[in-house]
Ligand binder design. Structure first.
Ligand SMILES: N[C@@H](CCC(=O)N[C@@H](CS)C(=O)NCC(=O)O)C(=O)O
Length: 214
């Protein structure tokens, strides 16, 4: 069954890996599943055909036969459960890897998104400058907790898993802020994720779309 995902026709970051289809491409590359990409414009994302797939009018979506999914957490978990390579066989280790996937999305990503919003959407407000240190500290607090937990390990819990894929995907959004460099252990962790051949293939294919459309 052909897997079809959706991605931005023109990504706001120019295809530098920040759009969330990268996570889904990466997961599919890790498990060796071929996929097709349907590119959507910002306008098309808000029209009925796309809203039927994604109630919030966003990318990415995932279609496979009768199945249509949205939300990168659900999509990556689905891929990891159906194909070998992203979740351990041992039941407890599997549950822990899934825990890290949720931790990435529910605990680490929210303050990182808040920082992005504070810059992009609120940067011109009179109170923005005063608020920014608070927003940055909230990110720092999470990194301070995560960094010792990773310690000197290569990945969060044994072998690379869907949990690492999601955590790296979330953390790499911080690069431009400089905050990641305050935690060299985490910066190295992200670099290890980005060095994986599957990540590189995912990144390159997303970049190719955006380079071609410019
Ligand atoms: N929680 C969703 C977030 C999806 C999301 O924010 N997608 C962005 C691209 S990375 C988007 O479509 N933005 C355009 C919009 O919201 O109009 C997920 O993890 O899939």
């Amino acid at each position: 069954m052909t897997i079809i995902i959706t991605a931005f026709e023109r990504s706001p970051d120019g295809g530098k890996g920040l759009a969330r289809d990268t996570r889904v491409r990466w997961a599919l590359e890790e498990v060796g599943q071929p996929y097709e990409v349907r590119l959507v414009s910002f306008q098309a994302m808000k029209e009925p055909a796309h809203l039927a797939l994604h109630p919030f009018g966003q990318i990415p979506t995932y279609e496979e036969g009768d199945l249509a999914l949205f939300e990168t957490g659900a999509i990556v978990l689905h891929i990891a459960e159906r194909h070998a390579g992203l979740l351990p066989d041992d039941a407890n280790a599997r549950a822990r890897a899934i825990t890290w996937l949720f931790a990435a999305l529910n605990t680490v990503e929210p303050p990182i998104l808040e920082l992005a919003n504070a810059k992009l959407l609120e940067g011109d407000r009179p109170w923005s400058e005063e608020r920014m240190p608070l927003v940055r500290d909230r990110v720092r607090d999470r990194l301070k907790q995560l960094c010792p937990r990773l310690g000197d390990a290569e990945w969060l819990d044994g072998a690379f898993s869907a949990g690492d894929l999601m955590m790296v995907s979330v953390l790499l959004r911080l690069r431009a802020s400089g905050l990641l460099n305050e935690f060299p252990g985490l910066a190295d962790y992200v670099a290890r994720g980005e060095a994986r051949p599957a990540y590189k293939r995912a990144f390159d294919s997303q970049l190719a779309v955006n380079t071609a459309s410019r």
